[in-house]
Structure formats: C-alpha cells, structure tokens
Design a protein around this ligand. Structure first.
Ligand SMILES: *Cc1c(COP(=O)(O)O)cnc(C)c1O
Length: 360
C-alpha cells in the first residue's frame, strides 16, 4: 500500500501511530477479550475509556472544574440549533459574527429560535477576513455572542479571543480545536465535530460552563438538552463509543508529542511554509487577509484556473490527495491539521514549485 498525504478538510487524516495502535487493539482491547466496538457503553471497560478521554481533554486544554465536557452526536450542525435552544433562557436575541459558510449555517438555524443580530460581517470582501472587534455592533440584550473561530471553507481563523464582556462567548471550533492552546475561561461554550482534527466522524465535543446548563425550556427534546448529557456522563443514550475511544487515542498522541503548545509550534511552521511559498509565487495566490489566515485550512488559487484539473490530477498521481477546493469557492484547499506532518506540506510545496516551473 502506498500511503498518501491526505489534505481532506474532513473527515481528515489521523496520525498513523494512532491508526496502528487502534489496529493492534481492535480485536482485543487491553486483554478484555473483545473489541471496543462490541463493548456495552455501561461496562466498566468502556466507562474507564470515556473517563480517561475526558481527563485527557481536560488536561490538554486546562479546562476548569466549572466546565462540563459533553460527548454528543449530530455533528457541529446539530449544535447550530441546540445552542439557541439551551442558551437563550429568558432572552430573545443572540449576536452572530458572519464570517463565511459555517457561520451562515449557524445563523440560519438560530433564526428559527431567536432574533439574530449580525453584529459584524465580512461578506463585503467575500469572507476573506475577520471583522475587527472595534467594528462589532453587539446587542446589549443578546443571550450570547457566536463566532466561527476557524472557517474551514474560507480559510480564516481568529488569532485572538474577542472581548465580549460578560455575555457568554460561543465558538464553533470544529476545524481547529486541539491545534493550539485555548483560554477556556474566556468562553461560555465551545463545540467541535471530531472529524477534522480530533478523531473519526460521529462524535461532537461540547465544553460548556456549568451555569449555562439547565436553562432550556422543558418542551425541547431531551436529546437536545445539554442537561441530559451533563447529568448522565454523556450516556443518556448510547454514545458513539468507538469514535470516543479513537479521539482518546488522538489526545494521548498529542500528549506524547508535547501537548498543545508543541502542536501549535508545528502547525505554525507548516502554515508558514505554505503561505510563504504562496506569497512569493506569481503563479498561485491566497485570497485571505494575511493576519487572518487559518493554520488549518489553506485555500489557494492557480492564477490560470484552466490548469486546475491538470494540477489536481498530477498532484494525486504524486500521492497528494483531496486538494480540490470546496465546491462553493473552487480553486484548491490544503487542510493541514495536526496529523499532517511537515514533510507532507514540504511535498506539496515541492510539487507546486515543479508544477509552476513546468507551466510558465
Ligand atoms: C465541518 C464543520 C461543521 C459541520 O460539521 P458536521 O459534523 O458535518 O455537522 C461546522 N462548522 C465547522 C467550522 C466545520 O468545519
């Protein structure tokens, strides 16, 4: 088997060491005589797994004791509607920062439950920047402020936590959670689908300040109420057991590699390598404002887009796969999450340089 460098935005590459360990443990987990996939979620074996995953996550992110960690399903997309249902309380409005396609989906869902105030937007320049905090027009009666802290499609990333005073800050971190340290106490709620940077699809992680739980109206579905998960160790019903186990292996891998500060250093080095090449090249360009560029998702274009198909075809022959940009934007996108080694980004840059050389 020839292993490729997988630049998919999600489900995305997993660390090879993690896949090897999962294979090793697949039929017989730690001498239990069965696979994690076959375990009752209420067995002592699985309870030990989920407790360890939670404690690994708490240690990596330094999550304070007054925050709950919840393991859910339904993707980040289900959070778009769970968040207003759970956080509005007696308020009727919420602030949203409109920075791209994922923010848009969050806004569309929230509108079903509350008055959405678009406090700032980067639509005027096609979502290629993060609106400066000074320009935000926050609604003083908002229940929370929602940001999409890494826009996976547009390739923008907040490099600072915006100050929103006492109103809870809610962040969709689906595509960069665990790529860098996070100052958890600055947030009311953080959520992320696992399949970008944490593990396989099927698991959604929610980190939520305790006082924001228990505000949902009693009519909502039990499965949409954070309290049901918080009160039951995320086992109100059967959780996505195998995805939770795999996410735990990824967290242990991050710990072995030196934790989130070390991940961040590697991610900065990878992103710099690619952006510096894009910046120097006359053949490619990056549409995103330099200070807001994502370290995880790097959209770029060939100035001559008639070469796109040939670029993708040759890249894939070189073992560089899933570089096609999102269908709504076109061009290319290289997603370079934690599991992408520096050599993968170097191989991409080498290929791009060679492709450029042979087409000018
Ligand atoms: C992928 C993604 C989503 C959607 O995740 P699902 O798990 O497919 O629901 C939402 N927000 C962001 C920022 C994403 O990258």
């Amino acid at each position: 088997m020839a292993k490729v460098f997988n630049f998919s935005a999600g489900p995305a590459a997993l660390p090879e060491e993690v896949l090897v360990q999962a294979r090793y443990e697949l039929l017989d987990w730690h001498g239990a005589g069965l696979s994690v996939m076959e375990m009752s979620h209420r067995s002592k074996e699985f309870i030990s797994i989920i407790e360890k995953v939670e404690s690994e996550l708490r240690a990596l992110l330094a999550i304070p004791g007054n925050y709950k960690v919840l393991f859910l399903q339904g993707g980040a997309t289900l959070q778009f509607s769970m968040i207003p249902q759970n956080l509005l309380g007696d308020k009727r409005a919420a602030d949203y920062i409109y920075t791209g396609q994922w923010a848009k989906k969050a806004i569309t869902e929230a509108k079903k439950f509350c008055d959405v105030n678009i406090a700032a937007s980067s639509e005027d320049r096609n979502f290629t920047y993060v609106p400066k905090r000074e320009t935000w027009k926050l609604d003083p009666s908002a229940a929370y402020v929602h940001i999409t802290s890494n826009e996976t499609i547009g390739g923008i990333e907040y490099q600072q936590v915006p100050d929103v005073g006492d109103v809870p800050l809610v962040a969709d971190m689906s595509s960069h959670l665990l790529s860098r340290p996070v100052d958890i106490p600055r947030y009311g709620l953080i959520y992320a689908g696992a399949q970008k940077n944490i593990g396989p699809a099927g698991l959604t992680i929610v980190i939520v300040r305790e006082d924001l739980i228990g505000r949902a109206p009693s009519e909502i579905a039990t499965m949409a109420d954070y309290k049901a998960y918080a009160d039951s160790q995320s086992m109100y019903n059967t959780p996505p057991t195998f995805s939770i186990y795999m996410a735990g292996l990824v967290m242990q891998w991050i710990k072995r590699k030196g934790g989130l500060a070390e991940m961040e250093k590697k991610n900065i080095a990878k992103a710099q390598l690619l952006y510096e090449y894009l910046g120097a090249s006359e053949f490619y360009d990056s549409p995103v404002a330099a200070e807001d560029r994502s370290r995880m998702n790097v959209p770029f274009r060939l100035k001559d887009d008639s070469l796109d198909a040939e670029f993708l075809e040759q890249a894939s022959r070189e073992g560089l796969v899933q570089l096609k940009g999102h269908r709504s934007i076109g061009g290319m996108r290289a997603s370079i999450y934690n599991a992408m080694p520096l050599e993968g980004v170097q191989a991409l840059v080498d290929f791009m340089r060679e492709f450029e050389r042979s087409h000018v």
